[in-house]
Design a protein around this ligand. Structure first.
Ligand SMILES: Nc1ncnc2c1ncn2[C@@H]1O[C@H](COP(=O)(O)OP(=O)(O)O)[C@@H](O)[C@H]1O
Ligand SMILES: [Mg+2]
Length: 231
């Protein structure tokens, strides 16, 4: 199958950060997306800004280090992100022409937020990954607050979209959360990533090479994000 698409990205490329609480499937989703963008012919580089304090095992870097050395890994390189003050410069410098820089961030918490502020400042698009838990409003509010802070300091405000992940497709939860977020003025991506706990599902995929499947939820997400980041 021919996966390639017409590359819609401008010469200078675009940067997307994944933000949100731990367990929102940021790293898992990014690992799969890298593989799809590679197949689609979109140049990419990922920056792992999750300098884990053990709270979040399974960083993107740890994932690539588990893949066989003779494989092409996740398809695109994964670098350890520099400290907050250098993040934007490095992400801009390393982004391939007509390509994507992706930033995987650590869990959102109320403490020191320098790494999140730096990711927001470096990005054209923020993807807030969350699974239905009843805390959606609070989460959205704290990210919007950080975006206000970045805008005040730098004049830059990326676009924010929400990605519903790890939800149980048999419960109506995703629909309720979608409505709640949209009522708050937060755009929710059309593509949703359901919980998949099977042996070959996302939950078991850490450290393995993601398998491509045409028109799967991840494939649709890879395409939707390309559209979102260029509109
Ligand atoms: N779609 C999914 N369905 C079920 N489990 C998932 C899914 N995506 C990720 N997971 C699991 O959820 C946990 C958190 O995922 P992870 O990608 O590490 O989140 P984050 O990077 O946001 O902390 C991991 O155990 C992972 O295997
Ligand atoms: Mg992670």
């Amino acid at each position: 199958m021919d996966w390639t698409v017409k590359n819609p990205l401008p010469e200078e490329g675009r940067t997307i950060s994944f933000v949100g609480k731990g367990g929102g499937a940021k790293s898992t989703t990014l690992a799969h997306l890298l593989k799809y963008w590679k197949a689609m012919g979109i140049p990419a580089i990922a920056h792992d800004a999750d300098d884990s304090d053990q709270e979040e095992p399974g960083s993107l870097l740890a994932w690539t280090e588990m893949l066989p050395v003779h494989s092409d890994g996740l398809g695109s390189p994964v670098y350890r992100a520099p400290s907050a003050p250098s993040l934007k410069t490095e992400v801009d410098r390393l982004r391939p022409p007509h390509g994507l820089s992706l930033i995987d961030t650590k869990a959102w918490d109320r403490g020191k937020q320098n790494s999140h502020l730096a990711a927001i400042r470096s990005s054209d698009l923020l993807v807030m990954a969350l699974y239905p838990s009843g805390m959606e409003k609070a989460r959205g509010a704290s990210i919007l607050g950080a975006m206000d802070e970045v805008e005040t300091m730098s004049g830059h405000r990326p676009r924010l979209v929400c990605l519903l992940t790890r939800f149980n497709p048999t419960a109506a939860a995703a629909d309720d959360v979608r409505k709640e977020l949209e009522a708050e003025g937060i755009d929710v991506l059309a593509t949703e990533i359901p919980a998949s706990e099977s042996k070959t599902g996302y939950a078991q995929s850490f450290g393995t090479a993601p398998k491509l499947k045409a028109e799967s939820d991840m494939h649709r997400l890879a395409k939707e994000l390309l559209t979102e980041v260029t509109r």
